[in-house]
Design a protein around this ligand. Structure first.
Ligand code: DC
Length: 217
């Protein structure tokens, strides 16, 4: 019997993993979970309640009580929610509270695509396919700058965005629990020189190769 096709896509902020993961999920007709949204929702709910995102106990209470019904709120995708997410994500008890939901999603019989920071290392170490998507901090900051400009924002400053991207990398990679890092068996996909179509083709090659191999599990 073959195990479900679970695809873990990890990588740093603004590497384009969300867009890539969604396309991969559509292509293979798999359900998709953007796990960053869970941390974003916890961060937003804490901030809205006036609680302290840096307090592990308070943050964990909100993570345990997380209402998953509102993950499609578009404000969750904004910069402020991303910063709050990165702050609450350092707490072990917050991460623990979110594990069961993510593993349940990953264990669906039809397979699943999950993107995040620790999917291949902690959430689904058994995933049949692991892709670590990255790009230089400069390229990621440039893409984010261009995206904001294309939305008509006139307060966009590349140097500030680059500093933010680097600070986020440092927090996500430097934390003690489930730090951002590629799993030993992850395929590295550096998109610094690739557009989204080329990155998508490269990801599909990795998945197709894995599908052609005998199932390891
Ligand atoms: O992928 P994203 O930008 O939406 O993630 C926002 C923050 O959430 C990220 O900086 C760290 C945290 N996060 C995490 O720690 N683990 C995940 N699996 C997903 C996100």
């Amino acid at each position: 019997m073959t195990s479900p096709l679970t695809i873990a896509i990890d990588g740093p902020a603004a590497a384009g993993k969300g867009t890539l993961a969604k396309r991969v999920a559509d292509h293979y007709r798999l359900p998709y979970l953007d796990t960053g949204l869970l941390y974003r929702a916890v961060g937003r709910q804490i901030a809205a309640a006036g609680a302290d995102p840096d307090d592990p106990d308070q943050a964990a209470d909100y993570a345990r009580a997380l209402d998953l019904a509102h993950l499609d709120d578009p404000t969750l995708r904004g910069h402020e929610a991303g910063e709050l997410a990165s702050r609450v994500a350092v707490h072990a008890a917050v991460r623990e509270a979110l594990v069961a939901f993510q593993r349940g999603f990953a264990a669906r019989a039809e397979g699943a695509v999950l993107d995040g920071r620790d999917i291949g290392t902690v959430i689904c170490p058994q995933a049949r396919v692991k892709i670590y998507v990255t790009a230089s901090a400069e390229v990621r900051a440039r893409r984010r700058t261009d995206e904001l400009l294309s939305h008509g924002r006139d307060d966009v400053d590349y140097a500030r965005i680059l500093a933010e991207v680097k600070a986020r990398d440092e927090r996500d990679s430097g934390r003690a629990v489930a730090p951002l890092r590629p799993a030993d068996d992850a395929h590295l996909l550096d998109t610094s020189e690739l557009d989204i179509d080329a990155a998508f083709r490269a990801a599909c090659e990795v998945v197709d190769r894995a599908l052609a191999e005998p199932d390891r599990h």
